[in-house]
Design a protein around this ligand. Structure first.
Ligand code: COA
Length: 471
């Protein structure tokens, strides 16, 4: 197994070398900084080109095909780091040392237990809701569970230590019962204690906000797992302390403990999706947070934005297309029809990358690696590769710089891990929540409410006409 993990690392290093070789003629960007606002920049529709804020969290360079988290190249992180390290890096601006990592992992695992949220969520018809819909609702309920602590009424009472057992929902594995009940009391008590200390308000707010970030990163995965189990007609599964965050995400969905290869590939997929500049869902989270609405609402808006087919929803659409094409013999006709109708092909094109998306460079060989052991998906992989070649040879790639993006191969990777299409976008959210929270956390420290303008192109001076006199 160790040999296979090394092979995965080698695959990523090779993808990185190929990427660097292909884009070496592109000039390296200079480190930009804004010395004084306001600044002048060219802005297109959809705020294309507009600079919304300064950030140290992450960087995307479309010409070089660079994706950087806090100064670290995505290929380096994918080859060497874990998702937990990457979350810590994004939130705190530095890689954790051993103690920090151990503590963070512990906290993340503890925060995966959101029984009260799950109990409330299961009161809704989640079996009829999309996982993204249920996830959005779930983060709202997490807000209820977590931020109520600030209210006098939410202060810890001894009774909570016992009553939290009633918050437990039926589990397929043994609930931790009493241990968990005491734990729930402890978190509430901890927060109550902080509020009463003499620390400055600013420090308290910062600590609370960072805890909310951890809580959201952990809880989003738990909600996805629980809702997915209900969709399978099964009961939710509690996370396992022996597994990593990625391993637990898989376990809480499938009910099977993943092997180390499955766990590592899920881990890499989470790393690759964690942050990506000022994309629509990140921007949407920042806009909501900039009104000083809390981070749970901000993340909820990120989830809503991500659900659209032009954003996170593209991975599901890409997989549907690959299945619909069905065989390599059908690719040419399918592509011709799409291009004649001027339809967008899911999993291709990007607002920023005008070269091969670095995340797709990693996911494509990982899909191949997984398929070598799982021939069931060989035909779909062949179709995907054939479709990529057809697009790369076509005028849309050559003239319009349309290349495969992250969503093209992620669906195949997830399918090989035994995950249903309906989970592809939620898995994106399970990772991107790290980027949303990191950027919100950064932005609100220097907050300014967002308020762009629309160019009014309507009419003036129209006279009101009474309803019965209108045509
Ligand atoms: C991601 C996306 C919205 C980026 O859009 P954008 O930067 O605004 O790019 P544009 O829509 O301006 O496209 C520029 C040109 O390339 C073409 N193009 C871009 N993506 C294309 C695609 N996936 N299939 C076919 N043509 C595409 C456009 O039709 C346009 O052609 P035109 O100049 O003749 O009108 C777009 O590429 C897309 O819709 N892709 C499919 C959905 C997807 O995979 N989304 C996930 C992104 S990670």
């Amino acid at each position: 197994m160790d040999k296979e993990l090394k092979l995965i690392q080698k695959i990523i290093i090779e993808a990185a070398n190929a990427a660097r070789e292909e884009t070496k003629s592109e000039p390296e960007p200079e480190k930009p900084s804004i010395s004084k606002w306001p600044i002048t920049c060219n802005v297109g529709p959809g705020l294309e080109g507009a600079i919304a804020c300064e950030s140290r969290v992450g960087y995307v360079n479309g010409a070089k095909g660079w994706l950087v988290y806090r100064g670290y190249d995505i290929f380096d992180l994918a080859a060497n780091a874990t998702f937990e390290e990457v979350c810590y890096l994004l939130l705190h601006g530095k890689l954790p040392n051993n103690n920090e990592l151990a503590e963070y992992k512990n906290q993340l695992f503890e925060y995966m237990h959101i029984n009260q949220t799950l109990r409330r969520l299961m009161g809704f018809p989640v079996e009829e809701m999309s996982v993204m819909g249920a996830l959005r609702l779930g983060t709202n309920l997490m807000r209820q569970e977590f931020t109520n602590m600030d209210l006098a009424v939410g202060r810890p009472k001894m009774i909570n230590a016992i009553s939290s057992d009633e918050d437990s929902i039926a589990m397929e594995n043994l609930p931790e019962g009493e241990k968990r009940a005491i734990y729930e009391f402890k978190i509430k008590n901890k927060a109550g204690f902080k509020k009463d200390t003499k620390r400055s308000d600013r420090f308290f707010e910062k600590q609370t906000a960072i805890e909310a970030c951890y809580h959201l990163i952990a809880g989003v995965s738990t909600i996805i797992g629980a809702v997915s189990r209900v969709h399978q007609g099964r009961l939710p599964i509690e996370p396992d302390p022996e597994l990593s965050h990625a391993g637990n995400l898989l376990y809480m969905i499938t009910g099977k403990k993943p092997d180390s290869v499955q766990e590592r590939i899920m881990d890499i997929a989470l790393i690759l999706h964690a942050d990506h500049g000022m994309n629509a869902s990140t921007f949407s989270s920042l806009v909501v947070a900039s009104t000083l609405a809390d981070i749970y609402f901000a993340v909820g808006s990120g989830i809503a934005a991500l659900s659209g087919p032009l954003h996170g929803g593209a991975n599901e659409a890409a997989m549907r297309d690959i299945r619909a094409i069905g065989s390599v013999d059908n690719i040419r006709a399918w592509v011709d029809e799409k291009l004649t109708k001027k339809s967008k092909i899911s999993g291709f094109g990007h607002r920023v990358y005008k070269t091969y998306d670095p995340r797709a460079r990693v996911l494509s060989p990982l899909a191949k690696f997984l398929i070598s052991d799982n021939k069931k998906y060989q035909q779909l992989y062949d179709v995907a590769k054939g479709l990529e070649k057809t697009i790369m040879d076509s005028s849309i790639s050559k003239d319009k710089k349309v290349f495969p993006n992250v969503d093209f191969y992620s669906g195949l990777v997830y399918s090989c891990l035994g995950l249903d299409d309906e989970l592809f976008t939620p898995l994106f959210a399970a990772s991107r929540v790290a980027g949303w929270t990191s950027r919100v956390f950064e932005y609100i420290q220097n907050n300014r409410i967002f308020r762009p303008r629309a160019l009014y192109v309507g009419e003036f001076n129209k006279k009101y006409v009474a309803v019965d006199q209108r045509d």
